[in-house]
Design a protein around this ligand. Structure first.
Ligand code: ADP
Ligand code: MG
Length: 207
Protein backbone atom coordinates (compact mmCIF):
# COMPACT_ATOMS: atom_id res chain seq x y z
CA UNK A 1 0.00 0.00 0.00
CA UNK A 2 1.08 3.56 -0.70
CA UNK A 3 -0.01 6.28 1.66
CA UNK A 4 0.35 9.82 0.40
CA UNK A 5 -0.36 13.16 2.02
CA UNK A 6 1.09 16.14 0.26
CA UNK A 7 0.89 19.91 0.12
CA UNK A 8 2.57 21.72 -2.74
CA UNK A 9 2.31 25.35 -3.87
CA UNK A 10 1.93 25.48 -7.63
CA UNK A 11 3.55 28.17 -9.73
CA UNK A 12 0.57 29.73 -11.44
CA UNK A 13 -0.14 33.09 -12.98
CA UNK A 14 -1.83 35.06 -10.25
CA UNK A 15 -0.35 32.64 -7.72
CA UNK A 16 -1.95 31.17 -4.67
CA UNK A 17 -3.01 27.80 -6.04
CA UNK A 18 -1.99 24.80 -3.97
CA UNK A 19 -2.24 21.07 -4.52
CA UNK A 20 -3.42 19.27 -1.39
CA UNK A 21 -3.97 15.57 -1.53
CA UNK A 22 -4.37 12.67 0.89
CA UNK A 23 -4.83 9.25 -0.67
CA UNK A 24 -4.09 5.55 -0.32
CA UNK A 25 -3.33 3.19 -3.16
CA UNK A 26 -3.56 -0.56 -2.58
CA UNK A 27 -0.73 -2.75 -3.86
CA UNK A 28 -1.59 -4.04 -7.31
CA UNK A 29 -4.39 -1.55 -7.83
CA UNK A 30 -4.89 0.71 -10.84
CA UNK A 31 -5.93 4.34 -10.28
CA UNK A 32 -6.96 6.67 -13.04
CA UNK A 33 -6.18 10.28 -12.14
CA UNK A 34 -8.07 12.96 -13.99
CA UNK A 35 -8.68 16.66 -13.68
CA UNK A 36 -8.36 19.89 -15.63
CA UNK A 37 -5.19 21.02 -17.32
CA UNK A 38 -2.91 22.78 -14.84
CA UNK A 39 -4.46 21.12 -11.78
CA UNK A 40 -1.17 19.48 -10.80
CA UNK A 41 -1.50 15.91 -12.15
CA UNK A 42 2.00 15.82 -13.61
CA UNK A 43 3.41 17.47 -10.49
CA UNK A 44 1.76 14.80 -8.34
CA UNK A 45 3.42 11.97 -10.31
CA UNK A 46 6.78 13.76 -10.11
CA UNK A 47 6.43 14.09 -6.33
CA UNK A 48 5.78 10.35 -6.04
CA UNK A 49 8.86 9.71 -8.19
CA UNK A 50 10.99 12.03 -6.08
CA UNK A 51 11.59 14.48 -8.95
CA UNK A 52 9.69 17.34 -7.30
CA UNK A 53 9.58 18.02 -3.57
CA UNK A 54 6.43 19.21 -1.81
CA UNK A 55 6.63 21.85 0.95
CA UNK A 56 4.91 19.49 3.31
CA UNK A 57 4.12 15.83 3.09
CA UNK A 58 4.67 12.16 3.65
CA UNK A 59 4.85 9.22 1.26
CA UNK A 60 5.07 5.67 2.62
CA UNK A 61 5.40 2.71 0.26
CA UNK A 62 4.76 -0.71 1.86
CA UNK A 63 6.05 0.53 5.19
CA UNK A 64 9.12 2.21 3.68
CA UNK A 65 9.23 6.00 4.08
CA UNK A 66 10.03 7.65 0.76
CA UNK A 67 9.30 11.16 1.92
CA UNK A 68 8.75 12.82 5.24
CA UNK A 69 9.36 16.54 5.20
CA UNK A 70 9.13 16.78 9.00
CA UNK A 71 11.91 14.23 9.46
CA UNK A 72 13.80 15.51 6.41
CA UNK A 73 13.60 12.17 4.59
CA UNK A 74 13.58 12.30 0.79
CA UNK A 75 14.59 9.03 -0.89
CA UNK A 76 16.22 9.61 -4.30
CA UNK A 77 14.23 8.60 -7.40
CA UNK A 78 16.52 5.68 -8.36
CA UNK A 79 15.86 3.97 -5.01
CA UNK A 80 12.07 4.09 -5.36
CA UNK A 81 11.80 1.30 -8.00
CA UNK A 82 9.45 3.30 -10.18
CA UNK A 83 8.60 3.17 -13.85
CA UNK A 84 7.76 6.60 -15.25
CA UNK A 85 6.14 7.25 -18.61
CA UNK A 86 6.70 10.95 -19.27
CA UNK A 87 4.10 12.97 -21.13
CA UNK A 88 6.78 13.97 -23.67
CA UNK A 89 8.33 10.43 -23.68
CA UNK A 90 11.91 11.59 -22.80
CA UNK A 91 13.49 9.04 -25.16
CA UNK A 92 17.24 8.89 -25.90
CA UNK A 93 17.78 10.23 -29.46
CA UNK A 94 20.88 8.12 -30.09
CA UNK A 95 19.57 4.78 -28.89
CA UNK A 96 17.59 2.25 -30.89
CA UNK A 97 14.41 0.68 -29.54
CA UNK A 98 16.35 -2.41 -28.42
CA UNK A 99 19.08 -0.29 -26.80
CA UNK A 100 16.48 1.64 -24.78
CA UNK A 101 15.23 -1.65 -23.34
CA UNK A 102 18.69 -3.18 -22.85
CA UNK A 103 19.69 -0.05 -20.97
CA UNK A 104 16.87 -0.77 -18.52
CA UNK A 105 17.17 -4.57 -18.18
CA UNK A 106 19.42 -7.54 -19.03
CA UNK A 107 16.45 -9.92 -19.24
CA UNK A 108 16.27 -10.67 -22.98
CA UNK A 109 13.19 -12.89 -22.74
CA UNK A 110 11.34 -10.06 -20.99
CA UNK A 111 12.45 -7.61 -23.69
CA UNK A 112 11.16 -9.99 -26.39
CA UNK A 113 7.81 -10.27 -24.65
CA UNK A 114 7.44 -6.50 -24.24
CA UNK A 115 8.24 -5.95 -27.92
CA UNK A 116 5.75 -8.63 -28.95
CA UNK A 117 2.79 -7.42 -26.86
CA UNK A 118 3.22 -3.89 -28.18
CA UNK A 119 3.74 -4.87 -31.81
CA UNK A 120 7.17 -3.26 -31.84
CA UNK A 121 9.27 -6.28 -32.84
CA UNK A 122 9.88 -5.02 -36.38
CA UNK A 123 11.22 -1.65 -35.16
CA UNK A 124 13.96 -2.85 -32.78
CA UNK A 125 16.81 -1.24 -34.75
CA UNK A 126 15.05 2.14 -35.18
CA UNK A 127 16.05 5.29 -33.31
CA UNK A 128 13.24 7.57 -32.05
CA UNK A 129 13.48 9.96 -35.03
CA UNK A 130 12.52 7.05 -37.30
CA UNK A 131 9.45 6.09 -35.24
CA UNK A 132 5.94 7.53 -35.48
CA UNK A 133 4.52 9.40 -32.49
CA UNK A 134 2.52 6.33 -31.47
CA UNK A 135 5.57 4.07 -31.73
CA UNK A 136 7.61 6.51 -29.62
CA UNK A 137 4.88 6.51 -27.02
CA UNK A 138 4.79 2.71 -26.92
CA UNK A 139 8.57 2.65 -26.52
CA UNK A 140 8.28 5.03 -23.54
CA UNK A 141 5.79 2.60 -21.95
CA UNK A 142 8.00 -0.45 -22.66
CA UNK A 143 11.10 1.21 -21.26
CA UNK A 144 9.25 2.05 -18.04
CA UNK A 145 8.03 -1.56 -17.80
CA UNK A 146 11.41 -3.09 -18.56
CA UNK A 147 12.62 -2.79 -14.96
CA UNK A 148 9.46 -4.54 -13.63
CA UNK A 149 8.68 -1.57 -11.37
CA UNK A 150 6.70 -1.83 -8.12
CA UNK A 151 5.02 1.44 -8.97
CA UNK A 152 4.18 2.52 -12.51
CA UNK A 153 3.50 6.22 -13.06
CA UNK A 154 2.03 7.02 -16.47
CA UNK A 155 1.41 10.59 -17.63
CA UNK A 156 -1.09 10.77 -20.51
CA UNK A 157 0.43 7.51 -21.85
CA UNK A 158 -2.01 6.77 -24.68
CA UNK A 159 -2.50 10.25 -26.15
CA UNK A 160 -0.75 9.46 -29.46
CA UNK A 161 -2.25 6.00 -30.05
CA UNK A 162 -5.20 5.26 -32.29
CA UNK A 163 -8.18 3.53 -30.70
CA UNK A 164 -7.51 0.04 -32.05
CA UNK A 165 -3.87 -0.08 -30.92
CA UNK A 166 -4.82 1.46 -27.59
CA UNK A 167 -7.44 -1.18 -26.78
CA UNK A 168 -5.08 -4.07 -27.56
CA UNK A 169 -2.22 -2.48 -25.62
CA UNK A 170 -4.39 -1.75 -22.58
CA UNK A 171 -5.52 -5.37 -22.45
CA UNK A 172 -1.88 -6.60 -22.63
CA UNK A 173 -0.79 -4.09 -19.99
CA UNK A 174 -3.54 -5.21 -17.62
CA UNK A 175 -2.20 -8.81 -17.84
CA UNK A 176 1.36 -7.69 -17.15
CA UNK A 177 0.39 -5.42 -14.24
CA UNK A 178 -1.59 -8.31 -12.71
CA UNK A 179 1.33 -10.70 -13.06
CA UNK A 180 3.81 -8.28 -11.50
CA UNK A 181 1.29 -6.96 -8.91
CA UNK A 182 2.35 -3.49 -10.00
CA UNK A 183 0.58 -0.53 -8.44
CA UNK A 184 -0.39 1.75 -11.31
CA UNK A 185 -1.29 5.45 -11.49
CA UNK A 186 -2.43 6.70 -14.87
CA UNK A 187 -2.98 10.38 -15.50
CA UNK A 188 -5.39 11.51 -18.17
CA UNK A 189 -7.29 14.70 -18.83
CA UNK A 190 -9.83 12.54 -20.66
CA UNK A 191 -11.26 9.64 -18.65
CA UNK A 192 -13.14 8.10 -21.56
CA UNK A 193 -9.74 7.32 -23.12
CA UNK A 194 -9.19 4.87 -20.23
CA UNK A 195 -12.63 3.27 -20.43
CA UNK A 196 -11.28 -0.25 -21.00
CA UNK A 197 -8.77 0.05 -18.15
CA UNK A 198 -10.30 -1.38 -14.94
CA UNK A 199 -9.48 0.72 -11.91
CA UNK A 200 -10.36 3.33 -9.34
CA UNK A 201 -10.78 6.98 -10.20
CA UNK A 202 -9.19 9.94 -8.43
CA UNK A 203 -9.98 13.56 -9.25
CA UNK A 204 -7.25 16.18 -8.89
CA UNK A 205 -8.31 19.81 -8.99
CA UNK A 206 -10.49 22.36 -7.24
CA UNK A 207 -14.06 21.42 -6.42
P1 ADP B 1 -1.37 19.10 -15.14
O1 ADP B 1 -0.46 17.96 -15.40
O2 ADP B 1 -2.55 18.73 -14.27
O3 ADP B 1 -1.83 19.78 -16.39
P2 ADP B 1 0.97 20.35 -13.97
O4 ADP B 1 1.30 19.49 -12.80
O5 ADP B 1 1.81 20.17 -15.19
O6 ADP B 1 -0.59 20.20 -14.30
O7 ADP B 1 1.09 21.87 -13.58
C1 ADP B 1 0.22 22.48 -12.63
C2 ADP B 1 0.76 23.84 -12.25
O8 ADP B 1 1.91 23.65 -11.44
C3 ADP B 1 1.20 24.69 -13.41
O9 ADP B 1 0.68 25.98 -13.22
C4 ADP B 1 2.73 24.71 -13.34
O10 ADP B 1 3.25 25.95 -13.70
C5 ADP B 1 2.99 24.42 -11.90
N1 ADP B 1 4.24 23.64 -11.68
C6 ADP B 1 4.80 22.72 -12.50
N2 ADP B 1 5.91 22.19 -11.95
C7 ADP B 1 6.05 22.78 -10.74
C8 ADP B 1 7.00 22.71 -9.69
N3 ADP B 1 8.06 21.88 -9.76
N4 ADP B 1 6.80 23.47 -8.60
C9 ADP B 1 5.75 24.31 -8.50
N5 ADP B 1 4.82 24.45 -9.46
C10 ADP B 1 4.96 23.71 -10.57
MG1 MG C 1 0.29 17.17 -17.16
Amino acid sequence: MITVSIEKKLRTYGGGQALKLAAEFLTGSVTKIYGPSGAGKTTLLKMLAGLVRPEKGKIVFNGETWLDTERNIDMPPQKRKIGFVFQDYALFPNMTVREHLQYATHDDAWIQRLLAVSNMTTFTSHKPAYLSGGQQQRLAILRALATKPQLMLMDEPFSALDTQIKIVLISELQHIFNELATTVLIVSHNLSELESFDGNVLYVGNQ
